[in-house]
Write a protein that binds this ligand. Structure first.
Ligand code: PMV
Length: 308
């Protein structure tokens, strides 16, 4: 008996950080990358094989505490005490704002439910995944896990019902990995600090980021790539202002804009991780991707938004 669980990555299009302060954010599933978890019942003690840790599940507390708890909680929910082996294969670079940790959790839960042939609802998946997300991030907004579970373009606002956006975007998103680890927890703490030290300016930027997300809803639904690009670039400026960008990300954003991108910004927690740029044609998208690699990006993907 083998259980398989697969899940995509995610991209925050607009609203990162502002979402922590109750503003809307828009995120997309990113199907160019993903995770596959394979679970089996075994006779010997439970074990796990992954990029971050390979060994007995019992000893995984330091390296992957969230996944360890997640497996325990999921087996408890399923009322199973079998020993299992779990193999996690991923091509989502970790800590780059592409949803690696939430995607691992989603694929693990799916694989365990599949192993024991139990139907899994989104509500149960979501509840279980948050066990791990809370350990990884301490109080995450839930945007990552929600997007990866739903596999749709979502408009997310804390405390409000999730909305799905009908996209009509015949464009290309160029995703570039700076190769630097993002530092979401530190970035979130930094914004919190700036809220205290410089409340007026920081609040103004967060408000503007919220307004830009709201404007982007219309762009997405109307397929107005020029307007969306402009809103993305404006968002990057506010993300700089709240202190979550760095020179590497700024340089990649500048490079994309010089190569005719319709807009560009960092995505995710920032201070490392990835940037995204928008183009309405493949020729420009390839030029942008090449230029970003020339400026030191470690990897680029060209994501046709029609794929979603
Ligand atoms: O770094 P990521 O992709 O997990 O994105 C974090 C997004 C933030 O808005 C900065 C934090 C959050 O919990 O939503």
């Amino acid at each position: 008996m083998v259980g398989i669980g697969t899940s995509p990555g995610k991209i925050i299009l607009m609203g990162e950080h502002a979402v922590v302060y109750g503003k809307p954010a828009i995120a997309l599933p990113f199907f160019s990358v993903g995770i596959k978890s394979t679970a089996k019942v075994i006779q010997e003690e439970s074990k796990i094989e992954s990029q971050c840790y390979t060994g007995l599940l019992r000893l995984a507390d330091n390296e992957i505490p969230g996944i360890k708890r997640l497996v325990e909680e999921t087996l408890k929910y399923l009322n199973k005490n079998e020993e299992i082996s779990l193999k996690i294969e991923s091509n989502i670079p970790p800590q780059r704002g592409l949803g690696s940790s939430a995607s691992v959790s989603v694929s693990v839960v799916k694989s365990l439910f599949d192993l024991f042939d139990v139907a899994l609802t989104k509500e149960v998946l979501s509840k279980l995944v948050f066990v791990a997300e809370n350990i990884h991030h301490h109080n995450p907004s839930g945007l990552d896990a929600t997007t990866i579970i739903e596999e749709q373009v979502v408009l997310f606002e804390k405390g409000k019902e999730l909305q799905y956006l009908n996209t009509n975007m015949n464009g290309y998103l160029i995703v570039a990995d700076s190769g630097e680890f993002g530092h979401t927890k530190e970035s979130v703490a930094n914004v919190q600090k700036n809220m205290k030290v410089n409340p007026l300016k920081t609040k103004e930027s967060i408000d503007q980021l919220g307004i830009l997300s709201t404007n982007a809803i219309n762009d997405i639904e109307e397929g107005d790539l020029v307007s969306l690009g402009s809103h993305m670039t404006q968002a990057h400026k506010h993300l700089q202002d709240i202190g979550v960008s760095n020179n590497t990300l700024d340089n990649l954003v500048k490079t994309a804009l010089q190569k005719e991108a319709l807009g560009a910004k960092l995505t995710g927690g920032g201070n490392g991780g990835c940037i995204i740029a928008l183009s309405d044609n493949m020729v420009d998208a390839k030029n942008i991707a090449d230029a970003l690699l020339g400026e030191g990006a470690k990897h680029t993907w060209i994501y046709h938004l029609k794929e979603i």
